[in-house]
Design a protein around this ligand. Structure first.
Ligand SMILES: Cc1cc2nc3c(=O)[nH]c(=O)nc-3n(C[C@H](O)[C@H](O)[C@H](O)COP(=O)(O)OP(=O)(O)OC[C@H]3O[C@@H](n4cnc5c(N)ncnc54)[C@H](O)[C@@H]3O)c2cc1C
Length: 361
């Protein structure tokens, strides 16, 4: 019998597993294996950096990738506008970031990596959960279950099915990139998605991605690639393609923190910015709060966790208010035309940088 079972070891689960204290028997199950990585832009926002600073954590150099980019190129295909805005993200390798967080979990926590939790049931006042690890089925019991299992959370689907959450499909493709002109961009085009798309340069790769309504997501991604090609970027054969669900929550009422022995953290709880899809900071923040509540060892976990995450819900609400200025073509045009906070790029007098090439495929 475990005291706590954590399902998922992304930023939420790994942070929680690291911070939980006491003489408790804890198991953490994560489906990631050596070949399956989280499909993610891998940009660490200032809010996420601040939380790492609160934890007194420094990021090892090998978590970062080349290059660090200081601006986002906003491409508005609806209004045919382009602007640059300053950004303070750190460009990193998402798999290495997750592994770094997992490496900090104390040895007393039993970690089952490459294991998929397939079923959880309530059995009197405890929870019975089944997972496959190294090809064999294991059945265990725990007093508390934590769903830190992301947008497609089995914990949420099992216990909070009625609290519906809006999910989109994210698709990313990686291309070999040998140019000397890396950039990060946000792309808006309502014929493709009412969320947004992006490109990011990472080491010698150029990544194209987007969040799309589930219906026709593949065709929408192809339409995005066509528009990118038409904008003058040559795309050949992708090196890899990845995809996953992403929470695209226009309504903070669907944020669910859980109760009565089953709690949710991070994206499983619905905590991700609907305007930028930035989620790492919310995941670590909610895990920090939940760990604090669990460490107090009292009987009002659900209520206390709900109250203490009010700040997160307020922040998400402000992001919902920001959405029209990003996703409504007319308002976005006003903002972009005004030039407010936009950066003026200063170009060199030379036509090409010393080692400019073309996109290789
Ligand atoms: C394409 C894309 C780009 C993004 N880019 C950024 C970005 O640049 N910056 C940013 O801050 N945020 C970004 N986000 C959001 C961010 O990735 C998520 O919000 C964040 O990873 C959520 O962390 P989490 O720990 O809550 O869940 P996750 O990171 O999703 O982790 C959940 C973990 O649970 C495991 N799991 C799931 N189901 C099971 C199961 N049944 N059994 C066992 N284990 C299971 C998974 O393997 C995973 O390791 C992006 C999201 C997407 C989809």
């Amino acid at each position: 019998m475990y005291d706590i079972a954590i399902i998922g070891l992304g930023p939420a689960g790994a942070t929680l597993a690291r911070l939980l204290g006491g003489n408790r028997k804890i198991i953490a199950i994560d489906s990631k294996g050596s070949k399956i990585n989280k499909c993610c832009g891998g940009l660490l926002s200032p809010d996420a950096q601040k939380i790492l600073a609160q934890f007194d954590l420094c990021l090892p150099k090998d978590v970062l990738v080349d290059p660090q980019i200081f601006s986002v190129k906003t491409m508005d295909f609806d209004n045919n506008l382009e602007r640059f805005y300053q950004r303070y993200y750190m460009n990193m390798d998402r798999a290495r970031f997750d592994n770094f967080l997992i490496s900090l979990i104390p040895g007393e926590v039993e970690i089952c990596a490459g294991s998929v939790c397939g079923k959880i049931e309530k059995e009197n006042n405890i929870y019975r959960f089944m997972f496959k690890t190294n090809g064999t089925e294991r059945i265990e019991r725990a007093k508390i279950i934590i769903g830190a299992d992301g947008a497609n959370s089995i914990v949420r689907k099992t216990f909070y099915r009625k609290n519906k959450i809006n999910t989109y499909i994210s698709i990313q493709e990686w291309y070999d990139d040998r140019t000397n002109s890396p950039f990060y961009s946000c792309i808006f085009d309502k014929s493709i998605t009412d969320s947004y798309c992006w490109t990011i340069s990472k080491d010698n790769y150029f990544i194209i991605g987007g969040a799309f309504p589930v219906k026709d997501s593949g065709a929408r991604f192809e339409a995005l690639k066509e528009k990118i090609r038409n904008s003058g970027i040559a795309l050949k054969k992708p090196v890899k393609r990845e995809g996953c669900l992403v929470v695209f929550n226009k309504n903070i009422g669907s944020v669910c923190t859980g109760r009565a022995g089953v709690y949710l953290a991070g994206e499983a709880a619905g905590m991700i910015s609907p305007s930028s899809l930035e989620g790492i900071s919310y995941s670590m923040d909610s895990a920090k709060i939940l760990a604090g509540v669990l460490n107090e060892n009292h009987g009002k976990i659900g209520r206390t966790y709900f109250i203490r995450t009010l700040g997160i819900r307020m922040k998400l609400f402000l992001k919902v208010l920001k959405m029209p200025f990003m996703y409504n073509g007319f308002l976005r045009k006003l903002v972009m035309k005004s030039g407010l906070q936009a950066i003026k790029k200063v170009r060199s007098g030379r036509l090409l940088p010393r080692n400019a090439g073309g996109f290789a495929g």
